[in-house]
Design a protein around this ligand. Structure first.
Ligand SMILES: *Cc1c(COP(=O)(O)O)cnc(C)c1O
Length: 239
């Protein structure tokens, strides 16, 4: 059964659309990873997703990661923080997150590094970049990213930079949305030329339920999909 009123059906449909977008873009389907975004959905929903083979989940709050990780302990799950992280929550992220995609400022990098040193571990991070002019969106200004990467590489060795992340503008105009994704890819391409030691920029996390096909066409390596897999969220999610 592949009806879209089941999670299995919705997941199959998303995977098919990812494959088709890759084909249109002349890309291999394996070049795009799906990050299911389970924020606001309960442990039962995550169990259902696990039964479909999903083991890595995007969340936007450290408290929610903590609760879900405790309820689902010992099952090899990975928790990816994609939401805005307050500096005073760095300790929780350093303890519970497998990866942070919302690293957007030096004081957060510093706080994470200090906590990671205490935990004796390293953390994969993506730098979140602001590619739209929407005041409600977080992210570092593109022109500041180069200096930030250099600082991470020299001062915060527990942070392993793997790439960049962005949220596109909320717009009905696909050209405006596409421009955000393209800006992130072009920024990445320029930064790669700088050859900053210890920094990898292989990953571009961009694209959500409403815009992931455009993101794939513009070079996304990871799409973060919530509602199109789990269904509508019942309470609002401030980004
Ligand atoms: C909620 C969220 C998503 C997923 O959004 P959907 O529209 O539900 O797919 C992706 N990225 C970030 C940063 C989010 O906060």
């Amino acid at each position: 059964m592949t009806a879209v009123d089941t999670m299995a059906g919705r997941l199959a449909q998303i995977q098919q659309r990812i494959t088709q977008a890759c084909e249109r873009a002349g890309r291999h389907p394996d070049s795009v990873t799906l990050l299911p975004v389970s924020k606001t959905f309960d442990v039962e929903s995550i169990r259902e997703a696990m039964s479909l083979g999903l083991t890595r989940f995007g969340e936007n709050k450290t408290q929610e990661i903590r609760q879900k990780a405790a309820a689902l302990a010992g099952q090899g799950l990975q928790w990816v923080l994609i939401g805005h992280l307050q500096t005073n929550k760095a300790k929780d992220a350093a303890r519970d997150a497998t990866e942070v995609q919302s690293l957007d400022r030096p004081d957060l990098a510093e706080a994470l590094h200090r906590r990671l040193q205490n935990e004796g571990r390293t953390l994969d991070v993506l730098v979140q970049v602001k590619t739209s002019s929407e005041p409600s969106k977080y992210g570092m200004a593109p022109e500041d990213v180069s200096a930030f990467l250099r600082r991470i590489a020299t001062e915060f060795p527990t942070l392993r930079v793997r790439g960049l992340m962005t949220l596109a503008v909320n717009s009905p105009d696909p050209a405006e949305v596409r421009a955000c994704f393209r800006a992130l890819r072009e920024l990445r391409d320029r930064l790669v030329q700088e050859n900053i030691a210890g920094v990898s920029l292989d990953r571009l996390s961009m694209g959500m339920s409403g815009d992931f096909e455009l993101a794939i066409e513009e070079g996304s390596t990871e799409v973060r999909i919530g509602t199109a897999i789990f269904g509508a969220r019942t309470y609002p999610d401030p980004q």
